[in-house]
Design a protein around this ligand. Structure first.
Ligand SMILES: O=C(O)CCC(=O)C(=O)O
Ligand SMILES: [Fe+2]
Length: 216
């Protein structure tokens, strides 16, 4: 590194974090990144417990397609139940979640000038037999969605027979698609405007947090 660059980086108080750098290079290379152990087993347990409590209290509603003012419930497209998260009214689970998500956003904004200004996240439950057909997340009529982020909160022993893969369609893959199992602590990040994807039918309930990092 040139001496002047060193000085510049020092001035910016910049410290390269390899964990985040991997995510960025994945996104640049193939528009998605699969990050195992983004959350620890303990953190997943805290978040899953909160999700299940809220689900049992009946706070979730049937997920719709279209944007918030133009919602249509269409079971033939998606069968999950969701609950929007509120960072202003955060408990331990939300603090755990947003703590890590916010530092990733800071890093992206500082190093890639990505201009992430807002975010929105919801808990999601896919009961047995449900799925989400192939779609693009901007199909929700929200062009500000830049990156989609899904975090899985399932048990350790999620088996392939359970189904529920996230399939991302990409012509960069030899087979045209990549199938990703919803393993606990795993986070998948992808370009909302670019990659079509679907959730294959689940044989047992599937738990996650899904959200979007948004510009403007
Ligand atoms: O749960 C997943 O793996 C993806 C969910 C999804 O595509 C969505 O909510 O838009
Ligand atoms: Fe999606």
């Amino acid at each position: 590194m040139l001496q002047t660059e060193e000085v510049l980086f020092e001035q910016l108080d910049f410290k390269e974090i390899p964990f985040y750098e991997n995510i960025i290079s994945d996104l640049l290379e193939r528009k998605y990144s699969i990050v195992d152990n983004f959350f620890s087993g303990e953190e997943v347990a805290i978040m899953r417990k909160a999700l299940l409590e809220k689900y049992e209290e009946d706070n979730f509603k049937k997920a719709a397609i279209g944007n918030k003012t133009n919602e249509v419930i269409q079971k033939s497209v998606r069968g999950d139940f969701i609950l929007w998260m509120n960072e202003a009214d955060a408990g331990e689970a939300e603090n755990t979640y947003f703590g890590k998500v916010n530092s990733l956003i800071d890093y992206l904004n500082r190093t890639c000038f990505m201009g992430i200004l807002t975010k929105e996240f919801h808990y999601a439950v896919y009961p047995e037999g449900t799925f989400y057909k192939r779609h693009l997340d901007t199909f929700q009529n929200d062009g500000r969605r830049k990156l989609s982020m899904v975090c899985y909160l399932n048990d350790e022993n999620w088996k392939p027979e359970n189904g529920g893969e996230l399939t991302i369609y990409s012509d960069k893959e030899a087979s045209g698609e990549v199938n990703i199992y919803p393993l606990p602590g795993r986070v998948v990040i992808f370009e909302s405007q670019e990659l079509e994807h679907e959730v294959k039918p689940v044989k047992v309930p599937r738990f996650s947090i899904t959200g979007w990092l948004k510009t403007r």
